[in-house]
Every structure is written in structure tokens, then in C-alpha cells.
Design a binder for this molecule. Structure first.
Ligand code: TXA
Ligand code: MG
Length: 330
């Protein structure tokens, strides 16, 4: 899937005019605006219904652009950029004084990433020809607290006429949001787990960073307890209890939509059943589309087979846990 040249031109024009553009990345679709334009960034918060103190990630075209936005960049951060960019890694760095506080949530740090998607990169390069410094602030292109979009159709469903242009880059390869590493302090830590694992980070850093999904203040919006949530109530149930749980629901007349990865459906079960890949990368790729689909199934409850507890599953397990907390709350 490749937008036409005219789509890119229109997207750059819209960004320069302070308007919103939805763009594909390898993780999820983003709702983008000129990160240097306060009013444009304000439109992101309005369209999403997102609280204004939540910082946004600034997407840039290449590693060279980082110095326009950040300062005192430690060597470890440069090493991570070299190893993983373009790619699903966001680095939190000390911001340059001029960077608007609307983008940083009033903090003295800024989140930066070079996305690994050809459409996002082409847009960023086009924007960089029109403007300096060129950064696109983009949170996931969903209503606040809801399931992140992994196709252009999901974005249209979430935001519809609130965004004048959606660039279609096909389904997102990774499917969950970027790994966030805070490099603004003495010892880097993972603020949000993602496709790039602590083991991979260790290969560059020389030590395994801690995962700190902070409670309390929303430094990282995904670290709020309720997030990525369907409207239908949702439960995580262990594989060993799954059939018994579903039978009990059926006897009570409840309709369940099931997302499993190891437990196969049993004959005679009226529940809607979806098998996802039993590996964490395949699971992440399919998860949000499956949740969205099951949310539309008209079920009383989405039942998800709980995930393995091994480190490889930590990022998807994090998303599912938060989705379950936020589900059914609207
Ligand atoms: O994969 C992704 O990261 C996607 C795509 C579109 O790039 N974006 C995304 O954005 O997930 P959003 O806004 O849904 O999540 C961005 C996260 C938030 O949790 C935010 O709090 C955190 O990045 N963040 C941004 N700047 C930060 C900062 N200065 N300090 C701490 N956290 C920051
Ligand atoms: Mg989000």
C-alpha cells in the first residue's frame, strides 16, 4: 500500500497549515501534527479527548534531526538509535529549551523516534523539505483510552471526520506501540515494554534495563491502569479454566467472544472463537484488530485466554491487562 505523490503533498500542506494528518507507522497508526506548532498540537488533544498533561512522541526523519529537539544526549542513547532506528523504539531525552510544553506535558524531556515505516519516513522527509525543524507529534490515532488502530480503516472508525487526511500504509507490521526507554536519567529504564525487548536492549546497553511501568502520575499515558480498552467487558481466564468458565457463561445465557492462542474451541460452543498465533510477535501483530473485531461481535463479554508469564510475552501481557481494566467503562 503506497499513498500517491499527491497525498504526500497534501499531507505536508496540511501539517504546515497546522492541521492533523493520520499516518501509518510500523507499530500503530499515529495522529500527527507539526510538533513545533502549539495550536496544531492542541488539535491532537481535542480530537482524541486526551488530557493535556500527557506528553506526545515526536517523530523525526533521521538521527541527525534529534539534536534539534534534544540536548545532553548520552552515548548510550546514540548507541540505541544506531541499533534500532528506524524502528519501534522511543527515547526520552532532555529537551531543547524551545520545544513547546504542549508536546512534553510540561516536562523537561521529550520523547523521540524515527519510525520504521516507508510511508511515515516519506512524509517526514517531505515535511523536512518544507520546514525546519520538522517533527511530527503523534500519539496513537484512537480516542483516549481505546484500542490503538493498526489499519487506516480503524483510524476512520475512531476519528472519522476529526482528521482531514488519513494516509493508508496497510496493516501495521508490529501491531503494538513502541518500546519507550528513558535515557534522560543516570540509569536508563523501560517505561513501556514493546517489540524491542529488554534482552535486545541489553545487547546494546551492556545491562538489562528495568521495566518501570509507573503507577500514579501519567508520565507515560500507556502506564495508566486502564488503556487500550474495548467497550465490551473483558476477562482474562487461564487456559485450564477456560472451557469451564465458558460453559458456566453459556448456562447463564451469556454470549462470549473468545480470543485464544492455545485452547481450541470445543464442538457445540456457541461462543465466537478467534485463535491468535501462539508466539508473542505474531500475537502482537494481530491483537488490536482481534480486540476491535470482538468488540463489534455483540457479545456480553470478551474472554481472553491468559498469556504465558515468560519475558517474551511481557509487552502484549501489559496491553491485555490494561485493556481488561478499562473494558466496559463507557
Ligand atoms: O508506537 C508508538 O509509540 C506510537 C506511534 C504512533 O509512534 N505512538 C504512541 O503514542 O504510542 P502515545 O501518545 O499513545 O504514547 C506515547 C507515550 C505516552 O505514554 C507518553 O506518556 C510517552 O510516550 N511519552 C512521550 N514523551 C514523554 C516524556 N517526555 N516522558 C515520558 N513519557 C513520554
Ligand atoms: Mg496510545
Amino acid at each position: 500500500m503506497q499513498p500517491a505523490e499527491s497525498d504526500y503533498l497534501r499531507a505536508v500542506d496540511l501539517l504546515c497549515a497546522g492541521e492533523l494528518v493520520a499516518l501509518p507507522t510500523e507499530t500503530v497508526y499515529g495522529l500527527g501534527a507539526d510538533a513545533a506548532n502549539d495550536q496544531a498540537v492542541g488539535k491532537i488533544f481535542a480530537a482524541k479527548g486526551r488530557p493535556a498533561d500527557h506528553p506526545l512522541i515526536v517523530h523525526v526523519a533521521d538521527t541527525q534531526a534529534v539534536d534539534q529537539w534534544a540536548q545532553d544526549i548520552p552515548d548510550i542513547a546514540r548507541n540505541l538509535m544506531r541499533a534500532f532506528w528506524p524502528g519501534p523504539l522511543t527515547l526520552i531525552l532532555k529537551k531543547q529549551a524551545w520545544v513547546p510544553s504542549t508536546v512534553t506535558g510540561g516536562q523537561d524531556t521529550v520523547g523521540l523516534r524515527v519510525p520504521g515505516h516507508p510511508v511515515a519516513l516519506a512524509l517526514l522527509q517531505g515535511f523536512a523539505q518544507a520546514k525546519t525543524p520538522a517533527g511530527i507529534a503523534a500519539p496513537s490515532a484512537n480516542r483516549f483510552g481505546r484500542i490503538s488502530p493498526t489499519t487506516a480503516a480503524h483510524v476512520a472508525e475512531e476519528l472519522g471526520d476529526r482528521v482531514p487526511l488519513i494516509l493508508d500504509g496497510g496493516p501495521c507490521a508490529v501491531g503494538i506501540e513502541s518500546t519507550i526507554v528513558d535515557c534522560s536519567r543516570d540509569v536508563p529504564a523501560v517505561l513501556r515494554p514493546g517489540h524491542i525487548s529488554p534482552e535486545q536492549l541489553e545487547g546494546v546497553l551492556g545491562f538489562r534495563p528495568a521495566i518501570e511501568t509507573a503507577q500514579g502520575a501519567p508520565r507515560v499515558s500507556g502506564s495508566l491502569e486502564a488503556h487500550y480498552a474495548p467497550i465490551t467487558p473483558m476477562r482474562l481466564v487461564g487456559a485450564a479454566q477456560l472451557l469451564e468458565f465458558l460453559n458456566a457463561q453459556r448456562h447463564r445465557g451469556g454470549h462470549c467472544a473468545v480470543i485464544a492462542h492455545s485452547q481450541l474451541p470445543q464442538a457445540g460452543m456457541p461462543h465466537r472463537w478467534r485463535m491468535l498465533p501462539a508466539d508473542p510477535v505474531g500475537y502482537a501483530h494481530a491483537l488490536y484488530a482481534a480486540l476491535r473485531d470482538m468488540d463489534h461481535a455483540g457479545a456480553d463479554m470478551i474472554v481472553v485466554e491468559s498469556l504465558p508469564t515468560s519475558p517474551a510475552w511481557v509487552a502484549v501481557a501489559d496491553r491485555l491487562r490494561r485493556a481488561a481494566v478499562g473494558a466496559g467503562q463507557s
